[in-house]
Design a protein around this ligand. Structure first.
Ligand SMILES: Cc1cc2nc3c(=O)[nH]c(=O)nc-3n(C[C@H](O)[C@H](O)[C@H](O)COP(=O)(O)OP(=O)(O)OC[C@H]3O[C@@H](n4cnc5c(N)ncnc54)[C@H](O)[C@@H]3O)c2cc1C
Length: 373
């Protein structure tokens, strides 16, 4: 039996891991057919050195974050993402990552909210815990390499007919004709949502992260200590077909710090802390490939995934909106645009991406169904 699929116009603002994953789920949806356009100021593959977006700078592994333990919805996003990326390990885009997490407090596995989320979890014996820590837990998780994973998502989307356009958006008014009266906009513009007129979310703030990308063939294990303090310490080996045996050494976690300049004193501290955990970083084969500074898109109250109906043109309510010259924008005629927001994923955009994208797609599908009744 064949089913008839009507095309739904979908514009995704943002080509970071969230925008791409949402577009991916929409492009591969079986019950609704979407006509998808991704627009973004920075694009995967082309703008990997720009510090104006977060996705190129991620570790990018799954590791426990406090918010996942407090918020059931986020825990679910993480579980779904973990399972999805775990299943992708055979593709080579995702690396199975044996991990040791050292802690300053004693603890039991039964106290960990994430004990059933990861694989193969066990306490480390005291002799396997460095002297400066009280306890340690070992588990299996995964990492991806943004330099390969983001372009892969983009190429999958292109193969499904999704188009990409580089554009800097200043106001939601500018998107009115592109989205059209029946279209839906996904706003995955991350920290950009602070300044896009019509969103102006001042709950967003940066969390500065400085890291070092290294070539270190001896490293096969991920090591983590003090992950969410200003001076986080972590070593994350990553997959890489083009560039094998690389790892990210971290890092810093500096809320409300917009400084994207490199601080070599911080780099020295990161290297020394990591080398204390993994002496192989002092081997002859070790090379520093790059220093990174990126801004995580933090948000008071956590990520925003919700539907909003925005009345356009904005200039009616916001007297100071820049003049928009598009002839298709009818300035006398008021209409509303459906926007599904998906931003503010802080230090965990990769590890929540598939689960959050699924929720976004559900919100979209409900709207599509409502429009058709
Ligand atoms: C040092 C560091 C380490 C990290 N480690 C991890 C980790 O191990 N695991 C993990 O899960 N996460 C990690 N993260 C966090 C993760 O990188 C982010 O949560 C994630 O990349 C956010 O993705 P995004 O798609 O929401 O935003 P972004 O990647 O910031 O993308 C935003 C998109 O919106 C576009 N945009 C913004 N404003 C405009 C505008 N006005 N007009 C047009 N386009 C616009 C940008 O061009 C870009 O395409 C880390 C981040 C950093 C910095």
């Amino acid at each position: 039996m064949s089913t008839t699929k009507a095309e739904q116009s979908l514009v995704v603002l943002g080509a970071g891991v969230l925008g791409l994953t949402i577009a991916y789920l929409a492009a591969f949806a079986e019950d609704v057919s979407f006509n998808i356009k991704v627009i973004a100021r920075e694009l995967p593959g082309e703008d990997m050195d720009s510090q104006a977006w977060a996705s190129p700078y991620a570790g990018a592994n799954w590791s426990p974050m406090e918010l996942g333990g407090r918020d059931e919805r986020i825990r679910m996003w993480e579980q779904k993402t973990f399972d999805k990326l775990w299943d992708m390990i055979p593709t080579g885009l995702v690396k199975l990552l044996p991990t040791r997490l050292y802690t300053a407090q004693e603890g039991n596995i039964s106290d960990l909210w994430w004990k059933d989320l990861v694989r193969n979890i066990r306490m480390l014996s005291p002799s396997d815990v460095p002297e400066s820590f009280k306890a340690g837990v070992a588990f299996d998780t995964f990492s991806v390499n943004p330099a390969e994973y983001l372009p892969w998502l983009r190429s999958e989307l292109i193969s499904r007919g999704v188009t990409f356009e580089r554009r800097n958006v200043r106001s939601l008014d500018e998107l009115r004709s592109l989205v059209g009266p029946d279209g839906i906009l996904v706003n995955a513009s991350s920290l950009g949502s602070r300044s896009i007129i019509g969103v102006e979310d001042t709950k967003l703030y940066p969390i500065r992260g400085q890291t070092i990308l290294v070539h270190a063939p001896g490293l096969q294990e991920c090591l983590i200590a003090n992950r969410e303090t200003e001076e986080a310490t972590y070593i994350i080996p990553r997959p890489g077909k083009g560039q094998p045996d690389t790892a990210i050494l971290g890092g810093t976690f500096q809320p409300r710090n917009w400084d994207t300049s490199l601080d070599m004193q911080i780099a020295r501290g990161i290297f020394d802390r990591c080398a204390a955990l993994a002496p192989c970083l002092k081997s002859a084969e070790f090379r520093i490939l790059k220093h990174n500074v990126g801004l995580r898109p933090g948000r008071e109250e956590g990520p925003r995934v919700e539907l909003e109906r925005i009345v356009l043109p904005l200039e009616r309510t916001h007297g100071l909106v820049p003049w928009n010259e598009s002839p298709a924008n009818d300035r006398d005629h008021e209409e509303s645009m459906l926007v599904v927001h998906a931003y503010g994923f802080g230090p965990a955009g990769y590890q929540r991406s598939w689960g959050a994208a699924e929720e976004v797609l559900e919100l979209i599908k409900v709207q599509v169904a409502l429009k058709r009744t």
